[in-house]
Design a protein around this ligand. Structure first.
Ligand code: SRM
Ligand code: SF4
Length: 562
């Protein structure tokens, strides 16, 4: 063991007494913000201290402190919520978070702008309806993603249960969450209980966040290759044969730091269903013990696998798992579905996918999405599923309710998916400014006008029917998964973006840098020049991302005169 001082965050985690820190004490003081060390522990509870960046500089000049608030994130495995759970999020957001809710790219729901004094009421309220925020942020297993399409197919339902089981298995065991937010009795003897408190994580939890997703080979809607661990069921008729397991995906990087990069997961092994729990435990424990705790930028499991090699990783997992790891089987992807509009569930009932621009559920003028969803869920008492594309599925509707639902959508000014352009339907952006402390540029507030420009240009070129994935982020961390889309737009410096092209529609190939440091106003022009090229030179039926990849990014640059 090295005697070198521990990096600050590792020390804070270790000394937090299993995620207690000073949260409880600070909740009852009069400060408008939590202390710095406390904010790190707060993340494990699903709460993130932020300040309004729109007013940060002005307040500093006036000698005022930042305008603090807290972002609270619900962890919703597979994005599946009951009507009651959806409605309590809606009600809590009306009461405590400036009314809007935001569907995340990992099928979660976020409240922005919650005042410190109200955080407990929000977390408590979510838990009262059997939801949780535990582990939504922080160095632990994050929300487990799974295809949100409701299905009565027994195998598919069964497969969702596996995703839920993985999520439950990796929930932190500490009683701190209950003590702080749910008025649970304080536990006095957790120190003597030692590692029993957290049998998987231990005192220091993981070196970094850890992400799981489950995708059916016919539909990679959860972007499974971008995860630390991907689980892909192999189904033979009505029998679940097992899971292909992928390891080592992740997207975050830093500009100018060549040793940070997005990486797609590698096929790792094939296991029968009963072995999923033991195998995933073994994988997480290798990352827990060998992941780089000295550098946050190098701490994800993708770097462990990249640096030491897949064979080293396999041997280490095998040691802990105690059995051979059969090789992965071939997977043939069939596509990627946004699940919008009407779909039959298989039991005579229907689900309807509503497109939500950049995940923001709000009311604005005659567009009253928030009120409309509330009315629909209240009236029909139906489950709500959240998608990885930040959209909402209204489930379990009976045939005779279809007309009524369509009427309600009209009343509340909610456009039906078929009336939206494809470029908008397949786009997403991260929140960035003003809430995200790491944002370099705008994202959610900048994408809509760019999409308007691209929409008009595609229409002029007769390309409006193309489905092209476009994803924007305000920094290189990759929260809207820009590197696995056909067009990726990533904040570079204030007011400029890097443009990435050539990813595949189904998320099985990363894109590459096409242009760097492009001023916001020039982004549309650059893309439109490539659309023109695409129109002239594409092969019949070829998708935009595949076209750019086939030509090669350098060749595309030359052809558009760069
Ligand atoms: Fe993210 C940090 C928002 C999905 C990679 N992400 C953040 C923070 C918490 C900023 C911070 O640390 O101060 C952002 C809060 C902004 C705000 O105001 O809400 C934030 N990330 C989001 C969400 C809300 C974006 C969205 O448009 O929905 C997503 C929440 C998902 C959820 O429900 O759990 C979100 N973040 C992602 C994804 C996509 C995914 O997981 O499928 C990624 C890329 C995949 C990956 O993890 O590699 C992602 N977020 C990051 C990173 C870079 C991690 C890395 O390995 O380098 C950071 C920065 C960090 O962790 O230090 C980050
Ligand atoms: Fe913030 Fe960057 Fe994530 Fe966008 S990608 S939410 S700017 S951390």
């Amino acid at each position: 063991m090295s005697d070198a001082p521990k990096p600050e965050l590792e020390r804070i985690k270790e000394e937090s007494r299993y995620l207690r820190g000073s949260i409880k004490e600070e909740l009852s003081n009069d400060e408008s913000n939590f202390a710095r060390d406390t904010t790190q522990i707060l993340k494990f509870h699903g709460a993130y201290q932020q300040d309004d960046r729109d007013v940060r500089t002005a307040r500093r000049k006036e000698g005022k402190p930042p305008l603090f608030s807290v972002m609270v994130r619900s962890k919703i495995p597979g994005g599946r919520m009951s009507a009651e759970q959806y409605l309590v999020h809606d009600q809590l957001s009306e009461q405590f978070s400036g009314a809007a809710l935001r569907v995340t790219t990992r099928q979660g729901l976020q409240f922005h702008g919650v005042l410190k004094k109200n955080v407990k009421a929000v977390i408590h309220g979510i838990n009262e309806k059997l939801g949780t925020t535990l582990g939504a942020c922080g160095d632990n297993v994050r929300n487990v993603m799974a295809c949100p399409a409701p299905s009565v197919d027994r195998v598919k339902l069964n497969v969702y249960e596996y995703a839920k089981a993985v999520s439950d298995q990796f929930l932190a065991r500490t009683r701190a969450y209950h003590e702080i937010w749910l008025n649970g009795e304080p536990v006095k003897d957790f120190e003597s209980a030692g590692s029993d408190v957290e049998p998987i994580y231990g005192k220091s939890y993981l070196p970094r966040k850890f992400k799981f997703a489950l995708a059916f080979p016919e539909d990679n809607c959860v972007d499974v290759y971008t995860h630390d661990v991907g689980m892909i069921p192999d189904v033979d008729g009505s029998r679940l044969k097992g899971f292909n397991i992928l390891v080592g995906g992740g997207l975050g990087m830093s500009h100018g730091a060549k040793d940070t990069f997005p990486r797609l997961a590698d096929p790792f092994c094939f296991i029968v269903p009963d072995e999923l729990a033991d195998l995933t435990k073994a994988i997480v424990s290798v990352q827990r013990d060998y992941g780089d705790r000295t550098s946050r930028k190098h701490a994800r499991m993708k770097y462990l696998i990249h640096d030491r090699g897949l064979e080293w990783f396999r041997a280490e997992v095998r040691k802990r798992y105690g059995k051979e790891l059969p090789p992965p089987r071939a997977i043939s992807w069939k596509g990627c579905d946004v699940h919008l509009g009407w779909h039959e569930q298989g039991d005579g009932r229907w689900y309807f996918g509503v497109s939500v621009e950049n995940g923001r559920i709000r009311n604005e003028g005659s567009y009253r999405l928030k009120s409309g969803l509330r009315e629909i869920v209240k009236r029909f008492q139906i489950p709500v599923h959240l998608t990885a594309a930040q959209d909402v599925l209204l489930c379990n509707l009976r045939t005779e309710q279809k007309k009524e639902l369509e009427g309600l959508l009209k009343t509340y000014g909610i456009k039906e998916p078929g009336t939206l352009s494809n470029i908008q339907t397949y786009s997403m952006a991260c929140p960035a400014l003003p809430t995200c402390g790491l944002a370099i540029t705008e994202s959610e507030r900048a994408l809509p006008s760019l999409i308007d420009e691209l929409e008009a240009a595609l229409k002029n070129l007769g390309l409006e029917k193309e489905t092209i994935t476009t994803r924007m982020t305000g920094c290189p961390n990759g929260c809207a998964r820009p590197y696995s889309s056909e067009i990726g737009l990533v904040g570079r410096k204030v007011g400029t973006y890097n443009i990435y092209l050539g990813g595949s529609f189904d998320g099985t190939r990363l894109n590459q840098v096409f242009a760097e440091d492009v001023p916001q106003k020039a982004v549309a022009g650059k893309l439109i020049s490539v659309f023109k090229l695409f129109k002239e030179r594409r092969k019949p039926g070829e998708r935009f991302g595949d076209f750019c990849h086939r030509l090669g990014i350098q060749h595309v640059q030359t052809l558009v005169g760069m």
